[in-house]
Each structure stands twice: as structure tokens, then as C-alpha cells.
Design a protein around this ligand. Structure first.
Ligand code: ADP
Length: 254
């Protein structure tokens, strides 16, 4: 009887554990569902803005485009720039959607100094801006997915260049003993109250300014996902009107 009681006790305990696990799973599924629902609703909303602009310029073209060359030029220009923004936004949405469903990075041993140096070189041509790379002599060993790190650097440099006019600095080395790199610009900066929010999808500090610069509000949320997939950390240090430094730290691989 002793043994039987013990068994019963154990199976009840297991039952409780199973129920608790099941409840946790349900909570996670609900939270995920809620996140996806929010994403779809935000994405539709964000795509509606450029579409509305395109639609109204197309209407203007139809009414007055044939006879008024200035209208024709303005409308074509706006339609072109808004459709490019939409294209970039859908590309980034796909990156986010894929990242979430697969959640996989292909980690390999890399020297972060090499990787960052090589990633930045072609971008100097792309961005037409001076990008100064500072790195220590030593190799900075870590496990990383080179393609993803390149994508990450692209996002951070793209922002640094969009929101400043001066040369941009990239630093690679060990920060508090961890393989790290940072991107610094001497530009607009981010107001203190917005710093925690800029990682949220579609969040932009100044919607009007971002529209001019072609922003989508998705870059930093992709950056954060890449960093988290590497079990790393991403931090922003910024002062309005002075500039911004975004630092990424990855796990060590000594
Ligand atoms: P976006 O495509 O709008 O740049 P991000 O997600 O990359 O989207 O950034 C979100 C917002 O954070 C930007 O709209 C901008 O307001 C702010 N931001 C990001 N990086 C910088 C930076 N280097 N300097 C100033 N503001 C920045």
C-alpha cells in the first residue's frame, strides 16, 4: 500500500506538472497570436499610408497630368518614391516574418574585426559617406552568422547615415570582455523618452522626418531580432542633437 500511495502521489504530481505546462503553452500561444495579430494590423496600417498617397497622385495625374507638365512631374516623383518605400517595407516585413518562423542562425567561428571590416567596405560605396573603422590589433573571436551580422551592420549604418551628415565611426573590439562592435554618428540623436521605443516595430521618433528619409520603422526591430538570435545584447546611447552610438555585444568564444 505504501508503494501504491507513493505512485498515486507521484502521478498526481505529474498531472499537476502537465497541467501547468499545458497552461504555460496556452499562454505562450495566446501571446504569440496576439503579437501576430498586432503585427498584421500595424503592417496594414503602415502600408495604407503610401498606398493612399499613390492613389491620390494617380487621380491627380488622370485629371490634370496630360495638360500640366509640373503636375505630371510631381506626381510621377511621388508615386515613384512611395512605391519604393512600400517595396522596402514589404522586404523588411518578409525578413521579420521569416526570422520569426525559422528563428535560426547559422553560427560559425568568426573574427569580428575581419567580418565588420569586410562588411563595411562595400557599404562606403553604397552610402557615399565616409565610414571610419577603428579596431584593435587582436582578433575578436565569436560565434556568429556572417550574413546576419552584415545585415545588422547595414541597418545600423543606414540609420547612422540617414540621421546625420558627418562621417560615421565603427568600432570593433572587446567591451567588458565581450566581442562587440558599435556604430556612432554625430547627428540628430534620439530623445531620451524614445530610446526604449525605437526597437518596437514601425516606431519612428519623427514620422514626418522619417518619411523624408525613407524610413520604415522596422530596421531596429530586425536588428534586435538578429542580436537576440545570437544570444547577444544591443544598446543605444544617444543624446538629442549630439549623436547616437548603438553597441552590439555577442557571447565570447575563447
Ligand atoms: P527607420 O527605418 O525609421 O530608420 P528604425 O527601426 O531603424 O526605422 O529606427 C526607428 C527610429 O529610431 C527612426 O525612425 C529614428 O527616429 C530613430 N533612429 C534610429 N537610428 C537613429 C540614429 N542613428 N539617429 C537618430 N535617430 C535614429
Amino acid at each position: 500500500t505504501f508503494k501504491k500511495l507513493d505512485m498515486e502521489y507521484r502521478s498526481k504530481d505529474e498531472l499537476y506538472q502537465m497541467a501547468a505546462t499545458f497552461n504555460r503553452m496556452m499562454d505562450l500561444m495566446k501571446a504569440n497570436f496576439e503579437k501576430q495579430r498586432q503585427f498584421i494590423s500595424d503592417a496594414s496600417h503602415e502600408l495604407k499610408t503610401p498606398l493612399t498617397i499613390i492613389e491620390s497622385y494617380a487621380q491627380l495625374l488622370k485629371r490634370r497630368g496630360k495638360n500640366e507638365p509640373e503636375i505630371l512631374e510631381e506626381a510621377v516623383e511621388e508615386i515613384h518614391s512611395e512605391s519604393r518605400r512600400m517595396k522596402e517595407m514589404t522586404r523588411q516585413m518578409l525578413v521579420l516574418a521569416r526570422g520569426e518562423s525559422l528563428g535560426s542562425v547559422e553560427l560559425q567561428e568568426v573574427d569580428l574585426t575581419d567580418l565588420c571590416g569586410n562588411a563595411v567596405k562595400p557599404l562606403i560605396q553604397t552610402f557615399h559617406r565616409e565610414i571610419r573603422v577603428h579596431s584593435s590589433e587582436e582578433k575578436v573571436h565569436t560565434l556568429a552568422d556572417p550574413r546576419q551580422i552584415k545585415q545588422l551592420l547595414f541597418i545600423l549604418l543606414d540609420n547612422a547615415i540617414k540621421y546625420s551628415k558627418k562621417p560615421v565611426e565603427v568600432w570593433v573590439g572587446y567591451d567588458h570582455g565581450l566581442p562587440s562592435f558599435s556604430v556612432t554618428d554625430w547627428g540628430a540623436g534620439i530623445p531620451r523618452e524614445d530610446i526604449d521605443l525605437v526597437f518596437e516595430r514601425f516606431y519612428r521618433v519623427d514620422k514626418a522626418r522619417s518619411r523624408e528619409t525613407g524610413g520604415t520603422g522596422l530596421g531596429l526591430s530586425i536588428a534586435r531580432e538578429i542580436v537576440h538570435a545570437h544570444n547577444g545584447k544591443i544598446d543605444i546611447d544617444s543624446e538629442e542633437g549630439r549623436g547616437t552610438t548603438v553597441t552590439v555585444s555577442l557571447p565570447g568564444n575563447e
